[in-house]
Design a protein around this ligand. Structure first.
Ligand code: ASP
Length: 253
């Protein structure tokens, strides 16, 4: 609801998706920020990206450790504008320069049992359209359980796990190696050209993923009118949509 309040007060879609993803990163139930899965060496390495559809500026981080809110760091990279994607130690050193305090790895790791459960819960993402008809997307993840150190998935790769332009925005979840191959985020948004609405675009993007890779994933899509779509071929993908005059949350799955 913090993100909705930003939109309701006339704030930007970019601020809204950042706020939504920060909240989800701080929630240990999700595989992002606090509660992220561990890699093969028992460390937390996080990926995140954020993109503004109006300017098509983006920021991303990959394989970062000791950062509580990687999406906020991605936002600072977007605002800085010199680079788009920073990885590993370089990203952490950049965060330090900005005054973003690093955190202990222990504070990101939750109990063993919860971690196992989280391996199935997954990535967090948000898409939003603001009153100006500008859209934005943000996605954050701990990646896949037991991944090799240094592995980067679709989430921080613009066009793959996260994408926004003047037509719409998309945020993806699922098997990163497959999502990258079909450039799923941009594929979904490109489908918004012509008469295809966000729901159909989301379905077609998942059909593409299934057809080309026989792999699993999910996507949420918003267009500049604030129409929303989501599709997945995973067992489940919890989604919360907030919209309309009153901004009541409408859980759609
Ligand atoms: N797409 C993420 C990755 O491959 C994982 C996920 O969505 O659960 O890093």
């Amino acid at each position: 609801m913090a993100a909705w309040d930003i939109l309701r007060r006339g704030g930007t879609a970019l601020d809204a998706v950042e706020a939504a993803v920060v909240i989800l990163e701080d929630n240990p139930s999700f595989n992002a920020g606090t509660g992220a899965v561990l890699n093969a060496e028992g460390h937390v390495e996080l990926d995140a990206a954020i993109m503004d559809g109006g300017s098509m500026r983006a920021g991303a981080v990959a394989a970062v450790r000791h950062i509580r809110n990687p999406v906020a760091l991605a936002r600072r990279i977007l605002e800085d504008g010199r680079h788009l994607l920073l990885v590993g130690d370089g990203a952490v050193r950049y965060a330090r320069k900005l005054g973003i305090r690093s955190c202990s790895e222990a504070s990101l790791v939750v109990t063993q049992q919860l971690r196992r459960w989280q391996a199935a819960v997954g990535t967090v993402g948000a898409v939003a359209a603001d009153v100006r008809g500008v859209v934005a997307a943000a996605t954050s993840t701990g990646g896949t359980f037991g991944k090799l150190p240094g592995r980067v998935g679709d989430t921080p790769l613009i066009g793959c796990g996260t994408f926004a332009d003047a037509m719409g925005a998309a945020s993806c979840t699922g098997v990163g190696e497959a999502i990258i191959r079909v450039v799923m985020g941009k594929s979904a948004v490109d489908l918004l050209q012509g008469r295809t609405g966000p729901q159909s675009a989301a379905r077609q993007a998942i059909a593409l993923l299934q057809r080309v890779t026989q792999s699993q994933g999910g996507v949420i899509v918003v267009d500049r009118q604030g129409r929303f779509g989501r599709a997945h071929n995973t067992k489940s993908m919890p989604v919360c949509f907030v919209g309309g005059m009153r901004g009541r949350p409408i859980s759609v799955s």
